[in-house]
Ligand binder design. Structure first.
Ligand code: SAM
Length: 223
């Protein structure tokens, strides 16, 4: 399940179990000016993706990480069940979201070990994880999330289009840090969702000229 990043074998299911990685996660990614702007825009999009749900709906946030995005859902009046394979990330999330009391609960879950479980949640958020795995492993991860979700899944991903490949090439020439390992094309997004029993109903972009991030609202397929 690992992949190669910067020449080292990197396993996203193990990497975040390090206490220091968990404690530094938000500061390293989102404390610069551009990081803060992106973080705010991403939170607004996530809020909009769930805004039509009745208050009090319990949203599954898998993987929840440090609770960065759970925060905005809780602020909107939703309840959140934050699940992650890393207890260390959930410790940070629980500290951050302690004010929400019973509205925020957590559980250590391995998304790859959920098949055969009963649906428990109306809606789920699956953010910033799929692009770390090859497509077939992404499908296994999302199937796990889908197995416990009845109606809606919101995913974010990195879009692989001719323009974004050109942008990556320029970034590499300029020596910018490496982007997500496994971006997906539109047909791969369709496959990823279809094999999990879902279909895209809407998508949002932050700024398609300068970011490959794409946010997809998917509903359970009726076919
Ligand atoms: C980059 S963080 C994203 C966290 C959060 N969704 C966000 O957007 O800030 C990726 C998370 O995926 C979790 N993860 C990796 N493999 C997992 C698995 N098999 N099951 C559940 N969580 C997993 C990691 O522990 C980590 O917290």
């Amino acid at each position: 399940m690992g992949n190669k990043s910067n020449g080292h074998s990197w396993d996203p299911s193990r990497h975040y179990k390090d206490v220091k990685v968990a404690k530094d996660y938000d500061r390293i990614r989102f404390s610069s000016l551009s990081g803060r702007v992106f973080n705010n825009q991403e939170k607004q999009i996530i809020r909009e993706c769930f805004q039509d749900l009745p208050r009090d709906t319990v949203v599954l946030d898998l993987p929840c990480g440090t609770g960065r995005l759970a925060d905005i859902l809780l602020e909107s009046g939703l309840r959140v069940h934050g699940a992650d394979i890393s207890d260390e990330m959930l410790v940070v999330a629980n500290e951050r979201l302690a004010n929400y009391g019973e509205f925020f609960t957590t559980e250590v879950i391995d998304a790859f070990k959920l098949s055969g479980k009963e649906p428990q949640f109306e809606a789920a958020l699956c953010a910033r994880v799929l692009m770390h795995f090859p497509l077939q492993t992404q499908i296994e991860f999302l199937r796990g999330v889908a197995s416990i979700t009845r109606k809606r899944i919101v995913i974010n991903h990195s879009l692989n289009s001719p323009y974004q490949r050109f942008r990556r090439w320029i970034k590499k020439l300029l020596g910018h840090p490496r982007s997500a390992n496994y971006p997906v094309s539109n047909s791969e997004i369709k496959q990823l969702l279809a094999e999990s029993g879902f279909v895209e109903v809407k998508r949002r972009r932050i700024n398609s000229l300068i970011s490959e991030a794409v946010y997809i609202i998917a509903e359970r397929s009726t076919e």
